[in-house]
Design a protein around this ligand. Structure first.
Ligand code: ATP
Ligand code: MG
Length: 353
């Protein structure tokens, strides 16, 4: 298979972890006889420094032309205490999502058995948990009209969903459920919110097209509780922007460390694959960042954008084997990790390769 992949490392540890991700792509291409070509582009703080823009036109053009984007992170501490900064790294990220129409954010929450002890939740509750979230990313209360009364004492954010916005993400979630355990849970607050009643109505309509998938509807409050009480009951979860934002952060704790979690953002144009963690400037340049979130982002890229299932599974199996062999980066190590198994970013990448 011939594919062109754009590497967009961005800021902080983004460069270190995407370098490992790229090595994994190269290894997969060699092993499975694919022709992958690569290019690089700037985003975030490094792009501002070089061009004055957080998302240069050249980057956007290259993203549109690529078959997939492997993304690092954006952000720099120098903007944190400077609310007056006119150009900010995060603008690049939001603009990218908007320009590429990335309306579906996929977050697989999978706990590798070897990391059971790294979580704060009881092992018997966690073992076997494997959830795929579909969070709607370009609608909801985040994009509805915002208002403040003249006396500043009243504020409102409008929660808006349109039928087509719900339908397109529901279809993506059902398609994924078909390839997994065939269960889909749609999360809303249809007992009180009109936008949630539309959400449920549309999901019920889409469900008719997927009789092979078992559909369940949960209110968001109940879903939040069940995620901690019995995470194994979930397979695919589809929900709106706000509920998805909150539930996926909650669910990230099921997997132990942020350094283990990958995400995919897909929609109208090129898919973008990235770790859920940020630029982590506290550990940048130290060579200690966990590269496995980027490696697992590559697994998502191969599966979702290229349809290469075996290749994707090979990447996940490699991560599993490395963890089984006892190798750990600092964030997933504990007091019992022997010194010779405690690895830096690059060495961890070597073990995966
Ligand atoms: P940003 O502002 O871009 O979100 P951040 O400084 O908030 O960056 P995050 O990436 O959100 O950093 O992560 C918070 C902390 O978790 C980091 O400061 C870092 O110590 C740790 N961390 C994040 N990602 C990793 C990783 N891949 N490996 C090891 N530790 C990590
Ligand atoms: Mg952060």
């Amino acid at each position: 298979m011939q594919k062109h992949i754009l590497i967009v490392p961005g800021d902080g540890i983004g460069a270190e972890v995407t370098a490992v991700g790229k090595q994994v792509l190269e290894a997969i291409a060699a092993k499975f006889n694919h022709q992958f070509t690569y290019d690089e582009a700037l985003i975030g703080h490094v792009a501002i420094e070089a061009t004055g823009s957080a998302l240069p036109n050249e980057t956007l053009t290259k993203m549109r032309a690529a078959d997939a984007v492997l993304f690092g992170a954006v952000g720099h501490p120098k903007y944190d205490n400077d609310p007056s900064a006119k150009v900010r790294p995060e603008q690049g990220l939001l603009q990218m999502r908007k320009e590429l129409g990335l309306y579906a954010n996929l977050r697989p929450i999978k706990l590798f058995d070897e990391l059971l002890e790294a979580s704060s939740i009881k092992p018997e509750i966690l073992r076997g948990a494997d959830i795929l979230f579909f969070r709607e990313l370009t609608g909801d209360v985040y994009f509805g009209e915002k208002k403040r009364s003249e006396d500043r004492n009243m504020a409102s954010d409008l929660m808006v969903y349109q039928r087509y916005e719900i339908e397109r993400i529901a279809v993506k979630a059902y398609e994924a459920a078909r390839t997994r355990r065939g269960k889909l849970c749609s999360v809303d607050k249809a007992n009180v919110l009109e936008s949630s009643r539309l959400w449920r109505e549309v999901v019920q309509e889409v469900a008719l097209r997927y009789p092979d998938v078992e559909t369940e509807h949960q209110f968001v409050d109940a879903a939040a509780m069940l995620l901690i009480k019995d995470p194994k009951k979930f397979d695919v979860v589809v929900t709106g922007n706000l509920f998805g934002d909150i539930l996926t952060d909650e669910a990230s704790q099921i997997a132990g460390s942020m350094g283990m979690l990958a995400s995919a953002s897909v929609g109208d144009s090129t898919g973008v694959y990235e770790p859920i963690h940020g630029s982590a400037h506290d550990i940048t340049g130290k060579g200690v960042a966990n590269p496995l979130a980027s490696v697992l982002s590559v697994a998502l890229l191969l599966d979702i954008s290229f349809g290469l299932k075996a290749e994707s599974e090979a990447v996940i199996a490699a991560v599993d084997a490395v963890l089984k062999a006892g190798y750990r980066t600092r964030d997933i190590a504990n007091a019992n990790t022997p010194a010779d198994k405690l690895l830096g970013t690059y060495q961890m990448g070597e073990q995966v390769l």
